[in-house]
Design a binder for this molecule. Structure first.
Ligand code: GTP
Ligand code: SPV
Ligand code: MN
Length: 591
């Protein structure tokens, strides 16, 4: 390693707690070397060079994709693994029916058996990181110990990683402990364990994003949601986007859509040509930490510093901002490769693949060239519409919270909740078709409350109760909405053009918050009337719009019946207020 020994000693001396834990882990895992990461550019270069030399990273075309690399993961390690992800609380009920559970002592024993001696012949990296602006009172720190240099490089892009984080840990004395090893990538020896009561995580056997970059879903959602409940805030699977109107006023929206359902795309949206003078600013694309502010509003910070985004479908038409963001200094994981050493993926609309994501000569009979869950890792600062407010210690005030899902039928393009508690019911009832972001069948509709099914670190019943209380304590709570970009016609085509055109829906949402847009009252909430949505310059048929905004009472009665059955799984712990709200919703559709 290029890191000078004095520097290592200095980092090690910063925090006695971290050093003691590292020593303990080193005794268990028996690495050949221990390296403390400082986050410097020289450290990044050395790690990158080492991975290139080992042929784990493939440099891409230096003229068209400068500083970019391709990483091919093990073919059995390409997505989150929810069936082996556990929340290990002392009481099973605290994890809830929404989580797999294991008793902490048993989980520790199981994991320590896997970790014993697992770093022989490998280097143990100590990765201190800060989730959120380094000087934010809402930011929280952690340390990930990993034996994967690929994970280190990703954590450096995704978090504020290195010396400053360790200095903050030394000042505060607390940090989330995340222990990770890629092990042998044996799916039968792969577990992601969370111990919220101990603020710790143990992850073994995967190198994939959500399983291995422990600052992300493991810390910033599962552990943080647990802490947030105790401390009166919310940790959510939400993008944060600022919409600036031609008068220079900016409204911030926080939107929760399940994995691979459009967060990154909405956060980086480019408005249609008719929206001259409007600007979109990305604060975050995946996670929001929401805190009640002293002015009675809800404020959001993005705990991350980079994007770990879905590659397929990205092109200059769907998302020019994302396309431009990933033209340099980007790690591409599991995309295809062209003869010119350029990355290639389905939906790119240029070039052609020579090798598929597994490095085999591309053969369409063997499936897509890029893996459907292929990802880019890139610094947020490369985004042309990166919001300077992403670094604001106090965060940004939220005007609207938007839930959404991928549903080919039923859910209309957009509707607004009648109240905060009604909004919580809408969030709790979110359902969405599964995607390639997690292993398992794709396209199956499942309940994914607040897009947090895979990420809530505790019992959903307690989570909804917490949501209701947070809203009740706000003097000026955000308005709550639901959107669906994925309605399909009988021909299986999307009814709504989506992407940049989603701006029209966001505009209605913002105008509703300001009381400036019209709506019709329906049994499920407020919907735009036929002329309330701006369709200027949009080639959409009146009948298609009507279909997008239709509310089928019978179908909704059936839906609320299913929501009720789902909520009943949470038994006595389910908040009364939510039950009452469901009763009201059913009554309105004649149930
Ligand atoms: P995670 O990173 O898994 O949390 O995903 P995400 O919610 O950020 O989803 P992302 O924006 O990466 O989009 C996932 C897929 O949905 C991509 O293939 C996009 O091209 C597609 N997509 C995004 N927005 C739209 C839209 O408005 N309409 C349609 N039809 N597809 C969309
Ligand atoms: C998701 O699956 O929601 C992602 C990718 O954002 S991961 O980091 O793997 O969770
Ligand atoms: Mn996500």
């Amino acid at each position: 390693m290029a890191t000078a020994p004095q520097r290592i000693t200095h980092l090690e001396n910063l925090s006695r707690e971290v050093a003691a834990w590292v020593a303990e882990v080193a005794r268990l895992t028996v690495p050949d070397a221990v390296v403390w990461c400082d986050g410097s550019e020289s450290e990044r270069r050395a790690l990158q060079a080492r991975l290139v030399e080992a042929r784990e990273l493939i440099p891409l075309n230096a003229a068209s994709y400068p500083g970019c690399h391709l990483y091919r993961s093990d073919p059995n390690d390409v997505a989150r693994v929810e069936h082996v992800t556990f929340v290990c609380t002392r009481e099973r009920e605290d994890a809830g029916p929404n989580n797999h559970w294991m008793a902490p002592a048993e989980a520790h024993r199981k994991m320590d058996d896997l970790f014993r001696g697992c770093m022989r012949g490998r280097t143990l990296y100590v990765v201190p990181y800060c989730m959120g602006p380094i000087d934010s009172p809402y930011a929280r720190c952690g340390v990930e110990i990993t034996d994967s240099p690929y994970v280190v490089l990703n954590m450096r892009l995704m978090t504020r990683m290195g010396r400053e984080a360790l200095e903050r840990i030394a000042r505060e004395g607390t940090f989330v402990k995340g222990l990770h090893s890629t092990g042998e990538l044996d799916p039968a020896r792969r577990f992601i364990m969370h111990f919220p009561e101990e603020l710790s995580i143990k992850s073994f056997g995967s190198g994939y994003g959500g399983n291995a970059l422990l600052g992300k879903k493991c810390h910033a959602l599962r552990i943080a949601s647990w802490q947030a409940r105790r401390e009166g805030w919310l940790a959510e699977h939400m993008l944060i986007v600022g919409i600036e109107n031609p008068r220079g006023e900016t409204h911030y929206l926080a939107c929760a859509f399940p994995s691979a359902c459009g967060k990154t795309n909405l956060a980086m949206l480019i408005p249609p040509a008719s929206y001259a003078g409007w600007k979109v600013w990305t604060v975050g694309d995946d996670i929001a930490w929401l805190h009640p502010g002293s002015d009675g509003r809800l404020y959001a910070i993005n705990p991350e510093k980079g994007y770990f985004g879905v590659v397929p479908g990205t092109n200059p038409q769907t998302n020019r901002n994302a396309f431009e963001t990933i033209r340099r200094d980007t790690i591409f994981t599991n995309v295809a490769l062209t003869a010119e050493d350029e990355p290639w993926w389905e939906g790119l609309q240029a070039g052609e693949p020579l090798f598929d994501w597994q490095g085999r000569p591309f053969d369409p009979k063997k499936g897509p060239a890029a893996h459907p869950n292929s990802r880019f890792t890139v610094s947020a600062e490369q985004n042309p519409c990166y919001s300077p407010a992403a670094d604001a210690p106090q965060g940004v005030p939220i005007s609207a919270i938007v839930f959404g899902g991928r549903r080919r039928s039923l859910a209309p393009l957009v509707y607004q909740a009648r109240s905060w508690t009604h909004g919580v019911l809408i969030g709790a009832g979110v359902a969405s078709e599964t995607t390639a972001a997690a292993t398992g069948e794709v396209g199956v509709v499942r309940r994914d409350p607040m897009a947090m099914k895979p990420f809530a670190g505790y019992n959903f019943a307690d989570y909804w109760d917490h949501w209701i209380k947070v809203g009740a304590a706000l003097e000026r709570p955000p308005q709550i909405f639901h959107v669906n970009w994925f309605r399909q016609g009988d021909d299986g085509k999307f009814l709504w053009p989506g992407f940049g055109e989603n701006m029209r829906v966001l505009r209605w949402i913002i105008d509703r918050c300001g009381g400036a847009a019209g709506a019709v009252d329906t049994p499920i909430g407020h919907l735009p009337g036929p002329t309330d949505l701006d369709t200027h310059g949009l080639p959409i048929h009146g009948s298609t719009l009507a279909e997008l905004l239709e509310v089928d009472r019978d179908a909704w009665r059936a839906e609320f019946g299913q929501v009720g059955a789902y909520l009943d799984e949470f038994g006595e712990r389910l908040p009364q207020a939510l039950k009452r709200e469901l009763g009201e919703a059913l009554r309105r559709v004649g149930g």
